[in-house]
Write a protein that binds this ligand. Structure first.
Ligand SMILES: [Fe+2]
Length: 122
């Protein structure tokens, strides 16, 4: 069993990872619409990576005897007026997600949860 705050943060992070996948698929949709299939394909791959992150965290909770609770995934609400816009939004989103991962790391550090500290940074 994990510390309840660490567990809840990881459970929330699963949702954030699925949202990341959804956002990157939204970027891909924009690029496909613009005829920029290479960029679209690259974001399709990024979306798969985010789903992989979600699934790894799901497995991590389950392997620690924790129940996973899925919440609704938010609708991507960005609008793009140039091909550079998704790239800027992607950078901002990655910085945001990194801050969330750092919060989980700190919560695990606060309770000497070394396995979570190691896992969350991988
Ligand atoms: Fe991720």
């Amino acid at each position: 069993m994990l510390n309840s705050r660490v567990r809840d943060l990881i459970n929330t992070q699963i949702n954030k990872e699925f949202y990341s996948a959804y956002l990157y698929l939204d970027f891909a949709n924009y690029f496909y619409d613009e005829g920029l299939d290479g960029f679209a394909h690259w974001y399709d791959i990024q979306a798969q990576e985010e789903r992989d992150h979600a699934m790894l965290m799901r497995t991590y909770l389950q392997n620690n005897g924790e129940r996973v609770v899925f919440e609704a995934v938010d609708k991507p609400d960005k609008s793009y007026s140039s091909p550079e816009d998704p790239l800027h939004e992607g950078l901002k989103h990655e910085q945001y997600v990194t801050s969330l991962i750092n919060t989980i790391y700190k919560a695990a550090q606060d309770v000497n949860d070394f396995p979570t500290m190691k896992s969350i940074k991988e």
